[in-house]
Ligand binder design. Structure first.
Ligand code: PEP
Ligand code: MN
Length: 340
Protein backbone atom coordinates (compact mmCIF):
# COMPACT_ATOMS: atom_id res chain seq x y z
CA UNK A 1 0.00 0.00 0.00
CA UNK A 2 1.12 3.53 -0.76
CA UNK A 3 -0.13 6.53 1.17
CA UNK A 4 0.27 9.79 -0.73
CA UNK A 5 0.32 12.97 1.33
CA UNK A 6 0.66 16.62 0.38
CA UNK A 7 4.27 17.74 0.10
CA UNK A 8 3.79 20.34 2.83
CA UNK A 9 2.15 17.90 5.26
CA UNK A 10 3.16 18.79 8.83
CA UNK A 11 5.49 16.33 10.54
CA UNK A 12 2.82 15.40 13.09
CA UNK A 13 0.48 14.22 10.28
CA UNK A 14 3.23 12.10 8.73
CA UNK A 15 4.07 10.63 12.12
CA UNK A 16 0.42 9.83 12.75
CA UNK A 17 0.25 7.90 9.46
CA UNK A 18 3.45 6.02 10.29
CA UNK A 19 2.16 5.16 13.75
CA UNK A 20 -1.07 3.80 12.33
CA UNK A 21 0.88 1.66 9.85
CA UNK A 22 2.93 0.25 12.73
CA UNK A 23 -0.20 -0.50 14.73
CA UNK A 24 -1.06 -3.05 12.02
CA UNK A 25 2.35 -4.72 12.42
CA UNK A 26 3.58 -3.25 9.11
CA UNK A 27 6.59 -1.06 8.35
CA UNK A 28 6.21 2.53 7.06
CA UNK A 29 8.83 3.87 4.64
CA UNK A 30 9.05 7.54 3.75
CA UNK A 31 9.87 7.60 0.06
CA UNK A 32 12.01 10.38 -1.38
CA UNK A 33 10.35 12.38 -4.15
CA UNK A 34 9.61 15.97 -5.07
CA UNK A 35 6.01 15.84 -6.23
CA UNK A 36 4.28 14.21 -3.27
CA UNK A 37 5.22 12.95 0.13
CA UNK A 38 4.75 9.21 0.02
CA UNK A 39 4.69 6.63 2.77
CA UNK A 40 5.11 3.10 1.50
CA UNK A 41 3.83 0.20 3.57
CA UNK A 42 5.53 -3.17 3.62
CA UNK A 43 4.73 -6.25 5.65
CA UNK A 44 1.57 -8.30 6.15
CA UNK A 45 -0.76 -5.68 4.71
CA UNK A 46 -3.81 -7.88 4.03
CA UNK A 47 -5.60 -6.52 7.14
CA UNK A 48 -5.00 -2.90 6.15
CA UNK A 49 -8.00 -0.90 5.04
CA UNK A 50 -7.60 2.04 2.65
CA UNK A 51 -10.39 3.97 4.42
CA UNK A 52 -8.51 4.00 7.73
CA UNK A 53 -5.73 6.01 6.16
CA UNK A 54 -7.74 8.09 3.69
CA UNK A 55 -9.43 9.81 6.65
CA UNK A 56 -6.19 10.95 8.29
CA UNK A 57 -5.10 14.61 7.95
CA UNK A 58 -2.90 15.54 4.90
CA UNK A 59 -3.56 12.17 3.22
CA UNK A 60 -4.53 12.71 -0.42
CA UNK A 61 -4.69 9.20 -1.82
CA UNK A 62 -4.22 5.59 -0.81
CA UNK A 63 -3.09 3.18 -3.50
CA UNK A 64 -2.76 -0.62 -3.40
CA UNK A 65 0.56 -1.78 -4.79
CA UNK A 66 -0.06 -4.96 -6.72
CA UNK A 67 3.56 -5.92 -7.51
CA UNK A 68 5.55 -8.22 -5.21
CA UNK A 69 8.32 -5.64 -5.07
CA UNK A 70 7.19 -2.45 -3.42
CA UNK A 71 9.88 0.12 -2.61
CA UNK A 72 11.87 -0.47 -5.80
CA UNK A 73 8.77 -0.20 -7.99
CA UNK A 74 7.66 2.83 -9.96
CA UNK A 75 4.24 2.67 -8.31
CA UNK A 76 5.82 3.67 -5.01
CA UNK A 77 8.38 6.09 -6.49
CA UNK A 78 7.67 7.27 -10.05
CA UNK A 79 10.79 9.41 -10.47
CA UNK A 80 14.18 7.92 -11.35
CA UNK A 81 16.58 7.28 -8.50
CA UNK A 82 19.95 8.93 -8.98
CA UNK A 83 22.80 7.49 -6.95
CA UNK A 84 25.08 10.38 -6.04
CA UNK A 85 28.87 10.29 -6.23
CA UNK A 86 29.96 13.81 -5.36
CA UNK A 87 29.79 15.85 -8.54
CA UNK A 88 28.17 13.08 -10.58
CA UNK A 89 25.33 10.64 -10.26
CA UNK A 90 24.21 7.37 -11.80
CA UNK A 91 20.66 7.14 -13.08
CA UNK A 92 20.42 10.69 -14.41
CA UNK A 93 21.46 12.05 -17.79
CA UNK A 94 25.10 11.04 -17.56
CA UNK A 95 26.01 7.47 -18.55
CA UNK A 96 28.07 5.58 -15.99
CA UNK A 97 31.07 3.98 -17.63
CA UNK A 98 32.62 1.44 -15.26
CA UNK A 99 35.79 -0.24 -16.49
CA UNK A 100 38.71 -2.24 -15.19
CA UNK A 101 40.05 -5.75 -14.86
CA UNK A 102 38.03 -8.73 -13.72
CA UNK A 103 40.47 -9.24 -10.86
CA UNK A 104 43.03 -7.17 -9.04
CA UNK A 105 46.08 -9.35 -9.78
CA UNK A 106 48.98 -7.21 -8.62
CA UNK A 107 49.82 -3.60 -7.87
CA UNK A 108 51.57 -3.22 -11.24
CA UNK A 109 48.70 -4.74 -13.26
CA UNK A 110 46.05 -2.68 -11.48
CA UNK A 111 47.95 0.60 -11.74
CA UNK A 112 48.79 -0.01 -15.41
CA UNK A 113 45.09 -0.43 -16.28
CA UNK A 114 43.89 2.29 -13.90
CA UNK A 115 46.39 4.75 -15.34
CA UNK A 116 45.23 4.20 -18.91
CA UNK A 117 41.54 4.35 -18.00
CA UNK A 118 42.03 7.48 -15.93
CA UNK A 119 43.75 9.14 -18.93
CA UNK A 120 40.62 8.36 -20.94
CA UNK A 121 38.54 10.13 -18.29
CA UNK A 122 36.89 7.01 -16.86
CA UNK A 123 35.36 7.84 -13.47
CA UNK A 124 34.46 4.37 -12.15
CA UNK A 125 37.10 1.64 -11.78
CA UNK A 126 36.10 -1.99 -11.36
CA UNK A 127 38.25 -4.84 -10.05
CA UNK A 128 37.59 -7.84 -7.84
CA UNK A 129 39.68 -8.42 -4.74
CA UNK A 130 37.49 -11.31 -3.58
CA UNK A 131 36.61 -13.49 -6.57
CA UNK A 132 33.79 -16.03 -6.75
CA UNK A 133 35.35 -18.71 -8.98
CA UNK A 134 33.62 -21.79 -10.33
CA UNK A 135 36.67 -23.93 -9.55
CA UNK A 136 38.23 -23.88 -6.09
CA UNK A 137 41.62 -24.25 -7.81
CA UNK A 138 41.27 -21.05 -9.84
CA UNK A 139 42.72 -17.70 -8.69
CA UNK A 140 40.54 -16.52 -5.81
CA UNK A 141 41.69 -12.90 -5.74
CA UNK A 142 44.25 -11.05 -3.65
CA UNK A 143 41.59 -10.46 -0.97
CA UNK A 144 42.62 -7.84 1.64
CA UNK A 145 45.82 -7.08 -0.30
CA UNK A 146 43.63 -6.42 -3.35
CA UNK A 147 41.52 -3.97 -1.35
CA UNK A 148 44.69 -2.09 -0.34
CA UNK A 149 45.66 -1.78 -4.00
CA UNK A 150 42.19 -0.49 -4.88
CA UNK A 151 42.42 2.06 -2.06
CA UNK A 152 45.70 3.28 -3.56
CA UNK A 153 44.15 3.54 -7.02
CA UNK A 154 41.30 5.58 -5.59
CA UNK A 155 43.72 7.93 -3.85
CA UNK A 156 45.99 8.32 -6.87
CA UNK A 157 43.41 8.70 -9.65
CA UNK A 158 40.26 9.77 -7.79
CA UNK A 159 38.20 7.11 -9.56
CA UNK A 160 35.23 5.59 -7.74
CA UNK A 161 35.87 1.95 -6.87
CA UNK A 162 33.42 -0.83 -7.74
CA UNK A 163 34.34 -4.13 -6.09
CA UNK A 164 32.56 -7.27 -4.97
CA UNK A 165 31.66 -8.40 -1.45
CA UNK A 166 31.53 -12.20 -1.30
CA UNK A 167 30.27 -12.67 2.23
CA UNK A 168 29.35 -10.94 5.46
CA UNK A 169 32.76 -11.53 7.07
CA UNK A 170 34.59 -9.47 4.51
CA UNK A 171 31.79 -6.98 3.81
CA UNK A 172 33.03 -4.33 6.31
CA UNK A 173 36.52 -4.32 4.76
CA UNK A 174 35.07 -4.15 1.23
CA UNK A 175 32.64 -1.38 2.19
CA UNK A 176 35.48 0.70 3.60
CA UNK A 177 37.28 0.85 0.25
CA UNK A 178 34.39 0.47 -2.20
CA UNK A 179 32.37 3.40 -3.47
CA UNK A 180 30.03 0.76 -4.89
CA UNK A 181 29.69 -2.64 -3.25
CA UNK A 182 29.04 -5.22 -5.97
CA UNK A 183 26.89 -8.23 -5.13
CA UNK A 184 27.78 -10.87 -7.70
CA UNK A 185 25.44 -13.03 -9.74
CA UNK A 186 26.15 -16.04 -7.53
CA UNK A 187 25.11 -14.08 -4.44
CA UNK A 188 22.05 -12.36 -5.85
CA UNK A 189 19.82 -14.41 -3.59
CA UNK A 190 22.06 -14.32 -0.53
CA UNK A 191 19.49 -12.33 1.37
CA UNK A 192 21.43 -11.86 4.59
CA UNK A 193 24.36 -10.49 2.58
CA UNK A 194 21.98 -8.16 0.74
CA UNK A 195 20.51 -6.87 4.00
CA UNK A 196 23.89 -6.27 5.56
CA UNK A 197 25.22 -4.66 2.39
CA UNK A 198 22.16 -2.42 2.39
CA UNK A 199 22.86 -1.43 5.96
CA UNK A 200 26.35 -0.17 5.13
CA UNK A 201 24.58 2.74 3.42
CA UNK A 202 27.03 2.40 0.49
CA UNK A 203 25.79 2.31 -3.09
CA UNK A 204 25.10 -1.31 -4.03
CA UNK A 205 25.27 -2.89 -7.49
CA UNK A 206 23.31 -6.16 -7.64
CA UNK A 207 24.11 -8.43 -10.56
CA UNK A 208 21.35 -10.64 -11.90
CA UNK A 209 21.74 -14.28 -10.96
CA UNK A 210 22.40 -16.50 -13.96
CA UNK A 211 19.04 -18.24 -13.54
CA UNK A 212 17.13 -15.41 -11.94
CA UNK A 213 13.99 -13.82 -13.31
CA UNK A 214 13.73 -10.04 -13.42
CA UNK A 215 11.11 -10.16 -10.67
CA UNK A 216 13.61 -12.04 -8.49
CA UNK A 217 16.29 -9.47 -9.29
CA UNK A 218 13.97 -6.65 -8.22
CA UNK A 219 13.03 -8.53 -5.05
CA UNK A 220 16.76 -8.80 -4.24
CA UNK A 221 17.04 -5.04 -4.69
CA UNK A 222 14.00 -4.72 -2.41
CA UNK A 223 16.09 -6.31 0.39
CA UNK A 224 18.62 -3.48 0.07
CA UNK A 225 16.09 -0.67 -0.28
CA UNK A 226 13.94 -2.01 2.57
CA UNK A 227 16.99 -1.39 4.78
CA UNK A 228 16.56 2.30 3.99
CA UNK A 229 19.26 2.30 1.30
CA UNK A 230 17.96 3.76 -1.95
CA UNK A 231 21.50 3.84 -3.37
CA UNK A 232 20.89 0.64 -5.22
CA UNK A 233 21.57 -0.28 -8.85
CA UNK A 234 20.68 -3.46 -10.73
CA UNK A 235 22.82 -5.08 -13.39
CA UNK A 236 21.93 -7.32 -16.33
CA UNK A 237 24.94 -9.58 -16.91
CA UNK A 238 23.54 -12.37 -19.03
CA UNK A 239 21.63 -15.51 -18.17
CA UNK A 240 22.13 -19.22 -18.86
CA UNK A 241 20.32 -20.47 -21.91
CA UNK A 242 20.81 -23.40 -24.28
CA UNK A 243 23.00 -21.20 -26.51
CA UNK A 244 26.64 -22.24 -26.38
CA UNK A 245 28.14 -19.74 -28.81
CA UNK A 246 28.37 -17.22 -25.99
CA UNK A 247 29.17 -17.61 -22.29
CA UNK A 248 25.75 -16.22 -21.35
CA UNK A 249 22.83 -14.73 -23.23
CA UNK A 250 22.71 -11.00 -22.59
CA UNK A 251 19.04 -10.28 -21.99
CA UNK A 252 18.59 -6.75 -23.25
CA UNK A 253 14.83 -7.05 -22.76
CA UNK A 254 15.80 -6.60 -19.13
CA UNK A 255 16.75 -2.97 -19.68
CA UNK A 256 13.43 -1.47 -20.82
CA UNK A 257 11.55 -3.88 -18.55
CA UNK A 258 13.51 -2.86 -15.45
CA UNK A 259 13.30 0.83 -16.40
CA UNK A 260 9.54 0.50 -16.79
CA UNK A 261 9.02 -1.36 -13.51
CA UNK A 262 11.61 0.26 -11.28
CA UNK A 263 13.12 3.66 -10.56
CA UNK A 264 16.55 2.14 -9.85
CA UNK A 265 19.48 2.73 -12.24
CA UNK A 266 20.10 -0.16 -14.64
CA UNK A 267 23.65 -1.15 -15.58
CA UNK A 268 24.62 -3.70 -18.26
CA UNK A 269 27.67 -5.96 -18.21
CA UNK A 270 28.42 -6.92 -21.81
CA UNK A 271 31.65 -8.70 -20.77
CA UNK A 272 30.02 -11.46 -18.72
CA UNK A 273 26.91 -11.13 -20.86
CA UNK A 274 28.76 -12.37 -23.94
CA UNK A 275 32.06 -13.85 -22.76
CA UNK A 276 33.37 -13.09 -26.24
CA UNK A 277 35.67 -10.09 -26.62
CA UNK A 278 34.61 -9.28 -30.19
CA UNK A 279 30.94 -8.99 -29.20
CA UNK A 280 31.46 -6.54 -26.36
CA UNK A 281 31.47 -3.24 -28.32
CA UNK A 282 28.23 -4.02 -30.19
CA UNK A 283 26.43 -5.16 -27.07
CA UNK A 284 27.67 -2.15 -25.09
CA UNK A 285 26.16 0.17 -27.68
CA UNK A 286 22.99 -1.91 -27.86
CA UNK A 287 22.63 -1.68 -24.07
CA UNK A 288 22.93 2.10 -24.18
CA UNK A 289 20.46 2.29 -27.06
CA UNK A 290 18.06 0.16 -25.01
CA UNK A 291 18.17 2.72 -22.19
CA UNK A 292 20.82 1.43 -19.79
CA UNK A 293 22.11 4.01 -17.32
CA UNK A 294 25.61 2.63 -17.59
CA UNK A 295 27.85 -0.25 -18.53
CA UNK A 296 30.49 -2.25 -16.69
CA UNK A 297 33.24 -3.51 -18.99
CA UNK A 298 36.31 -5.65 -18.29
CA UNK A 299 39.55 -4.12 -19.54
CA UNK A 300 43.02 -5.68 -19.26
CA UNK A 301 46.35 -4.49 -20.68
CA UNK A 302 47.45 -8.08 -21.27
CA UNK A 303 44.33 -10.25 -21.61
CA UNK A 304 46.32 -13.32 -22.67
CA UNK A 305 47.93 -13.44 -19.23
CA UNK A 306 44.97 -12.32 -17.14
CA UNK A 307 44.30 -14.51 -14.10
CA UNK A 308 40.55 -14.43 -14.74
CA UNK A 309 38.23 -13.68 -17.67
CA UNK A 310 41.00 -12.58 -20.07
CA UNK A 311 38.97 -13.93 -23.01
CA UNK A 312 36.30 -11.29 -22.35
CA UNK A 313 38.57 -8.35 -21.60
CA UNK A 314 39.05 -5.48 -24.01
CA UNK A 315 42.52 -4.01 -24.34
CA UNK A 316 42.82 -0.34 -23.37
CA UNK A 317 43.09 0.51 -27.10
CA UNK A 318 39.93 -1.37 -27.96
CA UNK A 319 38.18 0.25 -25.02
CA UNK A 320 39.28 3.72 -26.19
CA UNK A 321 37.69 3.02 -29.58
CA UNK A 322 34.52 1.86 -27.88
CA UNK A 323 34.43 5.02 -25.76
CA UNK A 324 34.51 7.17 -28.87
CA UNK A 325 31.53 5.24 -30.25
CA UNK A 326 29.70 5.63 -26.94
CA UNK A 327 30.28 9.35 -27.21
CA UNK A 328 28.78 9.43 -30.68
CA UNK A 329 25.75 7.42 -29.58
CA UNK A 330 25.02 9.16 -26.27
CA UNK A 331 23.41 12.36 -27.60
CA UNK A 332 21.20 10.32 -29.95
CA UNK A 333 19.58 8.73 -26.89
CA UNK A 334 19.63 11.97 -24.86
CA UNK A 335 22.53 10.95 -22.67
CA UNK A 336 25.76 12.65 -21.71
CA UNK A 337 29.21 11.22 -21.04
CA UNK A 338 31.80 12.40 -18.56
CA UNK A 339 34.75 10.75 -20.29
CA UNK A 340 37.23 12.75 -22.34
C1 PEP B 1 32.61 -10.00 -12.11
O1 PEP B 1 32.06 -8.89 -12.25
O2 PEP B 1 33.82 -10.18 -12.29
C2 PEP B 1 31.77 -11.17 -11.80
C3 PEP B 1 32.24 -12.21 -11.14
O3 PEP B 1 30.52 -11.02 -12.26
P1 PEP B 1 29.21 -11.96 -12.12
O4 PEP B 1 28.90 -11.97 -10.65
O5 PEP B 1 28.20 -11.24 -12.94
O6 PEP B 1 29.56 -13.31 -12.66
MN1 MN C 1 34.92 -11.28 -14.48
Amino acid sequence: MLILMSLDAPRKDVDAVKKKVESYGCAPHEIPGDVKLAVGVTGPSSGLKEEDFAALPSVEEVVRVTRKYKLVGRMMKPDDTEVEFGERSVGGEELAIIAGPCSVESREQTFEIAHQLSEMGVKFFRGGAFKPRTSPYAFQGLKEKGLEILAEVKKRYGMHIVTEALNQNTLPAVAEVADVVQIGARNMQNYTLLEEAGETGKPILIKRGMSATLEELLLSAEYVVSRGNYNCMVCERGIRTYEKATRNTLDLNAVPFLKKESHLPVIVDPSHGTGVRELIPSMTLAAIAAGADGVIVEVHHNPAEALSDGFQALTPDAFRKLLSKIKQLAPVVNRATAEL
